[in-house]
Design a protein around this ligand. Structure first.
Ligand SMILES: Cc1cc2nc3c(=O)[nH]c(=O)nc-3n(C[C@H](O)[C@H](O)[C@H](O)COP(=O)(O)OP(=O)(O)OC[C@H]3O[C@@H](n4cnc5c(N)ncnc54)[C@H](O)[C@@H]3O)c2cc1C
Length: 435
């Protein structure tokens, strides 16, 4: 095993920084198990870490952090019937998607980016958009993990609803078996539409299309509506002159607005108009796992809440009014995505209800505390549950009220990590102490 080293660690957004005394990259499950046992015996703590794309300190520790990028990180085994694939926890979604695509297969779409690890994405409830589409963890059939006692466990039955989305609180996931499906091509189109029209028609769009989402352009009455459908037609070229020009216009204007906003946050309302004026229509046909990229071309901070679908109109209207009243420094589009109801994971923000996920982002370097506080308060009023990997200030008292099966999760956590080896100050805040 490479020598454990002290390190400086930073999350993708830069909002979370850590100086772990040990940053360890085991090369085998046996080495990992020995490490967890040793950390437990010395009374220390350890956190599993993916690629640090979470905006909260879920993955960080000042003691030991473990990365699995050297542990079978590119291994994908597909069953002969083509229905399941087993992949190591530290594999990135990009590698998984490419390996599956080469066999004509896919996992459900997983959102804007594919740089996260499989285990990290599952552990926070990462999702894409489509009313028939659940979060990525809904495809999980079993996981192998090294629990807080250093024991290697295969979990595929009673404890699976805890292990599918476990915030790295039950163990270090080393292997995941997931259901896979035949790969599809998605034809998507993005158009600029009036916000009034989107709010009126969005329930029909979500019912009629495989992919549906919209982004409200703050300080304006406009939105970008994005719809997609599975098609038998072949994908268009990944980059054409037209597509490059569309992307450049879209991403270029967002980049310019973001840079200006950082220097002049008080000009946010003008920048909203600029974004609306430079938004155009875009269409493409891409393999399903590539179709949902909608990443701003700059680093940002983000919060997101899953709310019941009937909150749509009132919530967006109230947010619009608050932004206008308080001239909130909001420039990047506010996204609304739809996710299927989920009963596969006890801590799923979509537990037992079809949900809309409302995401608010600010350019890195801009103030966000007050803005995200407003969004949190608003979404809480509609029963919103925060995305586990994105910013919020809720603690165990509030969170436990939002999840009917909270105590079931707590019971599994106590069994898997009885001495709190996987604890951290942040985990204690959101899940409570082990005992
Ligand atoms: C640019 C960007 C775009 C994003 N787009 C989306 C999106 O479209 N949809 C969405 O839902 N989310 C999105 N996210 C959030 C992101 O998917 C989640 O935060 C995800 O958890 C990050 O995965 P990671 O590998 O970076 O894990 P980390 O952030 O490093 O860790 C996340 C959690 O997983 C745990 N963990 C990591 N590895 C293991 C392991 N081997 N075993 C057990 N636990 C483990 C950690 O302890 C931690 O609790 C986005 C984030 C960014 C920065």
């Amino acid at each position: 095993m490479p020598r454990p080293t002290a390190a400086r660690w930073s999350s993708w957004s830069g909002a979370v920084k850590a100086n772990p005394t040990h940053l360890v990259r085991p090369e085998s499950v046996a080495e990992l198990a020995a490490l967890v046992t040793a950390v437990g015996e010395r009374g220390g703590t350890l956190r599993p870490t993916g690629t640090g794309h979470s905006f909260t300190p879920l993955a960080s520790s000042e003691d030991t952090m473990v990365q699995l990028d050297l542990l079978d990180h590119d291994r994908v085994d597909i069953t002969p019937d083509g229905r399941s694939a087993t992949v190591s926890g530290g594999t990135t979604l990009r590698v998984l998607a490419r390996r599956l695509a080469a066999a004509g297969l896919a996992v459900p779409r997983f959102g804007d980016i594919d740089g996260q690890t499989v285990a990290g994405a599952l552990s926070t409830g990462t999702h894409d958009t489509g009313s028939g589409l659940g979060p990525l963890h809904t495809a999980v059939e079993g996981v192998e993990l090294v629990d807080g006692t250093g024991t290697v466990r295969w979990v595929d039955h009673a404890d699976l609803p805890a292990a599918r989305l476990g915030l790295g609180a039950l163990g270090v996931i080393v292997r995941v078996r997931m259901a896979v499906t035949p790969a599809v091509v998605l034809a998507t189109r993005t158009a600029k539409v009036r916000l009034d029209d989107v709010l009126a028609d969005f329930p029909h769009h979500t019912a009629d299309h495989d992919l549906a989402e919209f982004s409200w352009l703050p300080h304006t009455g406009w939105a970008r509506l994005r719809l997609g459908d599975i098609t038998d037609e072949p994908p268009t070229a990944s980059m054409t002159v037209r597509r490059a020009a569309d992307l450049l216009a879209d991403r270029g204007s967002t980049w310019v607005a973001g840079q200006v906003a950082r220097t002049f946050p008080e000009r946010s309302s003008v920048l909203g108009g600029f974004l609306a004026a430079t938004t155009g229509d875009v269409a493409s046909r891409r393999p399903g796992h590539e179709a949902a990229r909608a990443l701003p071309p700059l680093r940002f901070q983000s919060t997101a809440f899953a709310v019941p679908v009937d909150a749509l109109g009132p919530l967006v209207r109230q947010l619009e009014a608050l932004v206008a009243r308080d001239d909130l420094p909001l420039v990047l589009p506010v996204r609304v995505r739809t996710v299927a109801a989920d009963r596969s994971a006890w801590l799923s923000p979509m537990w037992d209800r079809e949900s809309l996920v409302v995401s608010v982002r600010t350019v890195r370097g801009m103030p966000y505390t007050a803005l995200f506080g407003v969004v949190q308060q608003l979404c809480r009023g509609f029963g919103g549950r925060p995305h586990w990997g994105l910013m919020h200030t809720l603690g165990v008292e509030e969170l436990s009220e939002l999840y009917p099966r909270w105590e079931d999760f707590v019971e599994v956590r106590r069994r898997f990590d009885p001495r709190g080896v996987l604890e951290s100050p942040y985990l204690r805040r959101v899940l409570g102490p082990i005992s």
